[in-house]
Design a protein around this ligand. Structure first.
Ligand SMILES: Cc1cc2nc3c(=O)[nH]c(=O)nc-3n(C[C@H](O)[C@H](O)[C@H](O)COP(=O)(O)OP(=O)(O)OC[C@H]3O[C@@H](n4cnc5c(N)ncnc54)[C@H](O)[C@@H]3O)c2cc1C
Length: 397
């Protein structure tokens, strides 16, 4: 008992105080609780331990000689899916919110950790432990900002809940897995989303102001498989900006340093992952990592259209070309960016190959960032699978 509870004596950090991961803190929320006691082992940016935690969560780590494992992590199955009746206002079709609601109403869990937004600001994250379907649905749609989801961990222990679902992105889930056996739970379910290029609230403002024609009316956005950023506005209209037209020179420092050093795009430690990038445009992408993930997906299968994943095209040249272009902050004139977007959408990578394109582009960029800014961390911080992916490309110094 004393061992399990020793963390309760630790003191959470006050808001705004400097975190142990310093500039690399992703504000996952762990340090807002007495679980800060474990931060040196648990923090994804202090102690990268994906391989070890994969073995604990899934019974094995990824097979580096199997291309799908190498890229997408341990899995039993992948598929494309969409809700037969999409949830209005969800990020995509609302598969994540639907699974959470079913788990709660069917009594598999007593609470769901998810993130709503503050009353004043639709993009300011407000993590909660939802105990009603209304609260879960109140958390639908991405808050495209660093979110302290784990800040509610103390409340879990205090509430006496024994069965819990946590929804979160990779850095939150890595820290969660590291303290999972300290939470006093009988059963934990983890529903993850992929995540990349997240920003602080101030960074988000800069991104919106630099990229959208109407930053104040944006309700959601996504970097889509058609090589454009889609901004959804309050009036329902969708503004599309080609990736190649982004003002890279102004946006280079907008992404959080944690995200520039992250190699867990696909949320390796969740039981079930729901994203979009491995699916055809308009569909969501599901990765079932283990039996717990399968149990969660089975609850909603009758509410989904599904189809097998596909993979078409060859990403490698496009990735190689994008490396120096990003590095030098090249921005094309909008007409050229639009043209390039149209061409690449027609002939470019599709399905899993698009997901590999996105992973390769981000891993090469992040590898260079770590090498240049945190050379002392390079060896321990970059997982072996990411090194293997990056080694396919020629990088500048
Ligand atoms: C910052 C971010 C970046 C992403 N980037 C990619 C990507 O590059 N490729 C890809 O395939 N997928 C990405 N995703 C996942 C994708 O955008 C959708 O969230 C996912 O497909 C689920 O859609 P849905 O309609 O089922 O979700 P909804 O039913 O709308 O539910 C969304 C859920 O996300 C949770 N959530 C919202 N914001 C955050 C946050 N900041 N941190 C943790 N949890 C949050 C909410 O609690 C809610 O339960 C990203 C998600 C986030 C949050």
């Amino acid at each position: 008992m004393t061992v399990i509870n020793s963390h309760r004596k630790a003191k959470a950090l006050k808001q705004g105080s400097r975190r142990p991961a310093k500039d690399l803190c992703s504000e996952c929320g762990l340090c807002d609780t007495y679980y800060i006691h474990y931060v040196k082992e648990a923090c994804a940016f202090i102690n990268q331990q994906i391989t070890e935690l994969e073995t604990i969560a899934h019974g094995r780590s990824r097979d580096l000689n199997n291309e799908n494992d190498l890229y997408f992590g341990v899995h039993q199955e992948m598929m494309s899916a969409k809700k037969i009746e999409p949830i209005e206002g969800a990020q995509w079709t609302g598969i994540v919110s639907t699974i959470a609601c079913e788990m709660l109403t069917q009594g598999l869990v007593e609470g769901v950790v998810c993130v709503q937004n503050s009353d004043e600001d639709r993009f300011q994250p407000k993590p909660i432990i939802a105990t009603t379907t209304e609260e879960i649905l109140g958390a639908k749609v991405n808050k495209p900002t660093l979110s302290p989801n784990l800040s509610v961990l103390e409340q879990i222990e205090q509430s006496g809940m024994k069965r819990l679902l946590v929804i979160g992105v990779g850095c939150q889930i890595q820290a969660l897995r590291a303290v999972e056996d300290k939470l006093g739970l009988e059963k934990l379910y983890v529903l993850g989303t992929p995540c990349v290029d997240n920003v602080t609230r101030a960074g988000l403002q800069k991104f919106l102001e630099t990229t959208s024609k109407s930053p104040d009316t944006v309700v959601a956005y996504e970097f889509m498989q058609d090589f454009r950023v889609h901004f959804k506005h309050e009036d329902g209209s969708v503004e599309k900006v080609p990736f190649f037209g982004l003002k890279t020179n102004q946006l280079k420092d907008v992404f959080a340093p944690s995200c520039m050093t992250c190699f867990d795009y696909v949320n390796s430690l969740a039981d079930l992952v729901v994203g979009y990038m491995g699916a055809p445009f308009g569909w969501q992408w599901i990765v079932v990592r283990n039996d717990i993930g399968r149990e969660m997906l089975d609850l909603v299968k009758n509410q989904l259209h599904t189809q097998p994943v596909i993979s078409r095209g060859d990403r490698t040249q496009a990735v190689q070309n994008s490396i120096p272009a990003y590095d030098q902050g090249v921005t094309l004139p909008m007409w050229a960016a639009k043209l390039m977007g149209v061409v690449i959408e027609k002939v470019g990578p599709k399905g899993l190959e698009y997901a590999r394109f996105s992973i390769d582009s981000h891993f090469t960029r992040n590898y260079l960032y770590v090498k240049r800014n945190y050379p002392e961390k390079l060896k321990d911080h970059v997982p072996e699978y990411a090194e293997k992916i990056v080694s396919q490309y020629k990088l500048p110094d």
